[in-house]
Write a protein that binds this ligand. Structure first.
Ligand code: SF4
Length: 312
């Protein structure tokens, strides 16, 4: 069976083919996880447990187990286990999950999308909770956070949880109106459920250096509708990326195959940090394989295959 590619891998490919090759072909990773994704994973685990209806103690245990003995670096010391636990606990309070008392919040509308107020009765029914989905005929896979059915219009929606240190302003929300990830998830869910999906909701949690959550940090905004024409356009982009991933991984041989991954030097510095593979890319090409071997031997890098189905 052909290998399956998820949004994380395809997004890396779009960013820099060389980085994708280091990460997803050579499976190189730093031995210590980055704190932001580690924090996000712990919150995802806790929220999944809330949607599963687990009691508060079990939810807290799930967050702790996900966190393990990880210690955040000094410059992001606020992203610690206690903050993750508080975020999950308040998520339960705000949205009435995990036996917590629900608290109503109201926010402004955004460009035709709605900031969903929590209400005594949830406006959604849960259909799928953090579910791994595949579309082998397109070599695609992904874990969808939630699929919900609106009690108001009866339609299905994908709802994706995002933890972010960025300001939750209009531009941040608007990005989900035109998202490759949303397009992939809408297709995967429609295939799985054999029903149309009407759009995408973003379930956002703002994080900041204060290190404890406030109710206004929790905002659900949507629905972002995707027309069939928009989805066709984004689907073509996804399929092109999958084709290129298969080409680079040697799965395909075509008469115009370009097996050498392209570098994208514009991506070398992002989020105030260098790409983890910068030390290789700044060497002459003939010296890179030895440098990678040394990086592995010294423990600077580990070989960690990316397995989307076991991501969380
Ligand atoms: S250092 Fe730059 S060119 Fe090299 S893999 Fe990273 S992003 Fe790509």
């Amino acid at each position: 069976m052909s290998k399956l590619y998820d949004f994380t891998s395809l997004s890396a490919l779009l960013q820099c083919e060389q980085e994708w090759t280091y990460r997803y072909q050579q499976h190189l990773a730093r031995p210590t996880a980055d704190v932001s994704p580690h924090f996000g994973t712990a919150v995802h685990v806790g929220v999944r447990a809330l949607f599963d209806g687990q009691p508060q103690e079990a939810v807290a245990d799930a967050v702790s187990a996900s966190w393990g003995d990880f210690v955040a670096p000094d410059k992001k010391a606020h992203l610690n286990l206690s903050y993750a636990q508080q975020v999950v606990e308040m998520y339960g309070e705000v949205y009435g999950l995990g036996g917590a008392q629900q608290v109503a919040t109201v926010g402004p509308g955004l460009g035709g999308a709605t900031h969903l107020p929590a209400s005594p009765a949830s406006p959604f029914e849960l259909v799928l909770n953090e579910h791994y989905l595949e579309a082998p005929e397109r070599s695609l896979c992904g874990i969808v956070d939630r699929v919900v059915r609106s009690k108001q219009d009866g339609a299905l929606y994908v709802m994706d949880l995002k933890t972010t240190g960025l300001y939750l302003g209009q531009a941040w929300f608007e990005q989900w109106r035109h998202s490759l990830q949303a397009a992939i998830y809408l297709d995967l869910v429609e295939l799985k459920l054999a029903q149309p999906v009407a759009g995408f909701w973003v379930d956002a949690v703002h994080l900041d250096r204060r290190g404890y959550p406030k109710r206004e940090d929790f905002m659900r905004v949507g629905p972002f509708p995707y027309s069939q024409e928009q989805r066709k356009e984004l689907r073509a982009l996804v399929d092109d990326l999958v084709f290129r991933a298969r080409e680079l991984s040697g799965e395909l041989t075509t008469h115009i195959s370009r097996f050498t991954p392209k570098k994208n030097p514009r991506s070398c510095f992002r989020f105030n940090a260098l790409c983890p593979f910068f030390q290789f890319c700044t060497l002459d090409p003939q010296d890179r394989a030895d440098a990678v071997r040394m990086g592995l031997a010294s423990g600077d890098f580990l070989e960690t295959p990316w397995e989307p189905s076991k991501r969380k």
